[in-house]
Design a binder for this molecule. Sequence first.
Ligand SMILES: C[S@@+](CC[C@H](N)C(=O)[O-])C[C@H]1O[C@@H](n2cnc3c(N)ncnc32)[C@H](O)[C@@H]1O
Length: 208
Amino acid sequence: MENESIKKIYKTYSGVYDLIFKSFFHPRQKLAINDLDFQPGDRILDVGVGTGLSLPLYPETCDVTGVDLSSSMLKQARKKVEKLSLTNVTLIEMDACDLEFEDNTFDYVVATHIISVVPEPVKVINEMRRVTKPEGKLVIVNHFVSSKPWIARVENFFDPAFRKLGWRMDMNFEDFITSTNLDVLHTTKLNKIDLWRVVHAKNNKHLC
Ligand SMILES: C[S@@+](CC[C@H](N)C(=O)[O-])C[C@H]1O[C@@H](n2cnc3c(N)ncnc32)[C@H](O)[C@@H]1O
């Protein structure tokens, strides 16, 4: 899906996103972010920050930057930042495929529920890796097609419909790891049957 179509879709979602998706997405964000070993002064980038559901999860002692393609989603995130007085957060409209940051800027780069939305996931991961410090970490939350054939068949069947809604349902975890060369530290799930995974990876910068 092209960026213009993505912007249109998320403009439509922006006002109701939290209402529809918060109860579903936020527990996975908590799982992904809560056990990270943040140090005061760490720099964190949240790629595709959306309405900013993840923002209160980061320590106030860290410097957080959230970027998103959609100005409408960012508008909702700005309201949250103001309401919660998150003085450590900066929000910028930016394409994850072309991050306007120097190499080796961030200690942690986090992307929740965005990899299946972008047309070029490998490019996004390479950009995330580039802007992460060599000893930094990449954290990804994403849907991956089930290893159970009958569930995978259902997901693949609905994939064309979900693409119209703004994301794909056919991403295979092993193919994703191979194509991105991610150096996975560990993966977790909310529960055994969850189709979304939390992936923590080292920044193997030399593979960028
Ligand atoms: C499903 S939402 C996830 C938002 C948030 N991370 C969450 O977990 O609630 C996907 C977000 O990715 C953003 N997005 C899509 N393509 C993008 C791109 N190329 N660069 C930056 N953000 C993008 C959309 O605007 C949207 O806010």
